[in-house]
Design a protein around this ligand. Structure first.
Ligand code: CU
Length: 470
C-alpha cells in the first residue's frame, strides 16, 4: 500500500489517504478519513490507482479529492468548514470551503461509477450540497427543504448515485446559498467517459477552474455576503492575478480547459494567439456540427464550458475575462474620470494641507502601478503583475497559457518567461514619420442632416502635457 501513499505524497496531498484493500470490514464501515489540503498551489494530476483509468484533470490552484474503493463504490469525504484561503501572495481571506480550501477539491469519477459522498458540516450553520448538472435520484439533488433536510451543524450526511453521463459539473450548497456561495463554497466535478466517446477527444492537458467573485474591503479579511453586483475581487478558483497559476503546456499539445461560472454575472473568456472550439457545455459534449472556431466564449451564470485547442504557437499567451473591470483588483468605483484634466493648481493647494496627497488618473490609470502608493495590510494593488517587460497592469481573472517546445509530456511546472527569438518583439521605431491620416469630412452617411447647426460644437482633444510634477 506504500505505493498509494507515495502517490499522494507525489501529488502533494497532505494527510495521506485510506488504503482500500488492507483495511478491515469494520474500518470500511467507518467514514473515510477526510483529506485536508493546506496549500493553494496547483497540485499534480491525481492519476487513478483504483477503478477505471482515465486522463486526470489539473485544477488551477487546486487539487483532486482522493477516494477509497468500498466494494465497488467510490467513497469521498467532503468537510464543509471555515478556511483561510491565500487569494494572492500577501493577501489571505477568511472564507468557507471544503477540506481546507475554497473552492473545495475537484471530484473526478468515470461514467457509470457508483459514487458515495459523505458530507460533514463543520460550519456555524446548516448546509447541503447540490450536484450541479447531474442526473440522479431526486432525493440526492441536495436542495435543502425540497429534497432533504438541511445538514445540521456537526452532522454528516451521505449522498449516493451513479455518475450517469460524462462531462463537466460543479457542486455547491443549496442552503443559505447566497451567504455560503459568497463565502466561497463550491467545487468542480469531472465525469470522464467510460469508453472512447465519439464527441470527447483525448487531450494531452485537461485544466479546470471555477469563476467566483468576492467583495472584501481592502485591509479586511471576510467577504461581504450581501453584495449583489458590485464585487471587487474577480477570481479563478478563489485566486486573483498575480496569484493565478499559469497553464503550462508543450508545443502541439491538445489542450482542454473546463470553466464553470458561480458568480452573479457572465464572463467572456478570451485566449490570445490561438482559436478554440467549445466542445462541451452544461449538457455534455457538443455535437460536432455546432462547433466553430472562436477566441472568446461567454460563460453565463451557472454554466459550464469546455474549450479545446491545439497549442501550436510558442509563447506566453494572455488568457483572461474580457470584461476589463474583471481584470482589476479591489478599487473604488466612485472615482471620476480625470483623464486630460489639468488639476495641478488644485493639487498644489491640497498638498499644502496634506503633504501625502497625490492626484491620480490625469494620464490614465497606468501611473498607479508605478507609484509607491501606500495600501492597507492584507490586500493587493488594483493592477499589477511583473512581467519580463514591466508591469502587466492586470488583476483578477487573468492568467497566462505558456506554450513551450521543451516542456516535457506531463510536466506542469512553470517554465519561466518566454525567450523571444531575436527580432520578434515590438520595439521603438526611430525612423522618419509622416503626418498620420486623419478623418476630415462629414458626409457619406445614409441620412445626412438636412440643415447644419448654426454653430459647430467645439470639443478639444486633451493631449498629454509634457510637464507633470507628480
Ligand atoms: Cu468577467
Amino acid at each position: 500500500m506504500s505505493s498509494r501513499r507515495d502517490f499522494f505524497r507525489m501529488a502533494g496531498i497532505a494527510g495521506g489517504a485510506v488504503a482500500a484493500s488492507a483495511v478491515s470490514r469494520v474500518a470500511m464501515a467507518a467514514l473515510p478519513e477526510p483529506v485536508i489540503q493546506t496549500s493553494s498551489d496547483t497540485m499534480a494530476p491525481l492519476v487513478p490507482e483504483t477503478g477505471r483509468s482515465y486522463n486526470p484533470v489539473v485544477t488551477l490552484n487546486g487539487w483532486t479529492l482522493p477516494w477509497r474503493m468500498n466494494q465497488g463504490v467510490k467513497e469521498f469525504h467532503l468537510v464543509a468548514e471555515p478556511v483561510v484561503r491565500e487569494m494572492a501572495p500577501g493577501f489571505k481571506a477568511h472564507l468557507w470551503g471544503y477540506n481546507g480550501q475554497s473552492p473545495g477539491p475537484t471530484i473526478e469519477v468515470v461514467e457509470g461509477d457508483r459514487v458515495r459522498l459523505y458530507v460533514t458540516n463543520r460550519l456555524p450553520e446548516h448546509t447541503s450540497i447540490h450536484w450541479h448538472g447531474q442526473r440522479l435520484p431526486n432525493g440526492m439533488d441536495g436542495v435543502a427543504g425540497l429534497n432533504q433536510p438541511a445538514i445540521p451543524v456537526g452532522k454528516t450526511y451521505v449522498y449516493e448515485f451513479v455518475a450517469r453521463r460524462p462531462g463537466t459539473f460543479m457542486y455547491h450548497p443549496h442552503a443559505d446559498e447566497m451567504t455560503q456561495m459568497a463565502m466561497g463554497m463550491m467545487g468542480f466535478w469531472v465525469t470522464h467517459p467510460k469508453n472512447k466517446h465519439p464527441l470527447i477527444d483525448e487531450v494531452n492537458r485537461d485544466f479546470c477552474f471555477l469563476l467566483n467573485a468576492f467583495d472584501i474591503d481592502p485591509g479586511s479579511y471576510t467577504p461581504k455576503t450581501m453584495t449583489m453586483l458590485d464585487f471587487n475581487l474577480w477570481a479563478w478558483n478563489s485566486r486573483i492575478f498575480p496569484g493565478v497559476d499559469s497553464l503550462n503546456v508543450r508545443l502541439n499539445d491538445k489542450v482542454r480547459i473546463r470553466v464553470g461560472n458561480l458568480t452573479m454575472t457572465n464572463h467572456p473568456i478570451h485566449l490570445h494567439g490561438h482559436e478554440f472550439l467549445v466542445t462541451g457545455t452544461d449538457g455534455g459534449p457538443t455535437p460536432k456540427s455546432t462547433r466553430w472556431y472562436e477566441v472568446t466564449t461567454d460563460v453565463a451564470v451557472g454554466q459550464m464550458r469546455q474549450i479545446e485547442f491545439l497549442a501550436d504557437e510558442e509563447g506566453d499567451w494572455a488568457f483572461h475575462c474580457h470584461k476589463s473591470h474583471h481584470t482589476m483588483n479591489a478599487m473604488g468605483h466612485d472615482v471620476p474620470n480625470l483623464i486630460g484634466v489639468d488639476h495641478r493648481g488644485v493639487a498644489k493647494k491640497i498638498k499644502g494641507l496634506l503633504p501625502e496627497y497625490m492626484v491620480m488618473g490625469e494620464r490614465g490609470m497606468a501611473d498607479m502601478t508605478e507609484m509607491e502608493m501606500p495600501i492597507p495590510d492584507n490586500t493587493v494593488p488594483m493592477m499589477t503583475g511583473e512581467g519580463p517587460f514591466g508591469s502587466v497592469e492586470m488583476g483578477g481573472m487573468f492568467s497566462v497559457v505558456k506554450v513551450r517546445k521543451n516542456q516535457k509530456h506531463g510536466d506542469y511546472k512553470d517554465p519561466g518567461w518566454f525567450k523571444h527569438p531575436a527580432g520578434t518583439v515590438a520595439h521603438e521605431y526611430t525612423g522618419p514619420l509622416s503626418e498620420p491620416a486623419r478623418f476630415k469630412s462629414e458626409g457619406g452617411q445614409s441620412m445626412p442632416r438636412a440643415k447644419k447647426p448654426d454653430k459647430a460644437v467645439e470639443v478639444r482633444a486633451r493631449k498629454p502635457t509634457s510637464h507633470s510634477d507628480h
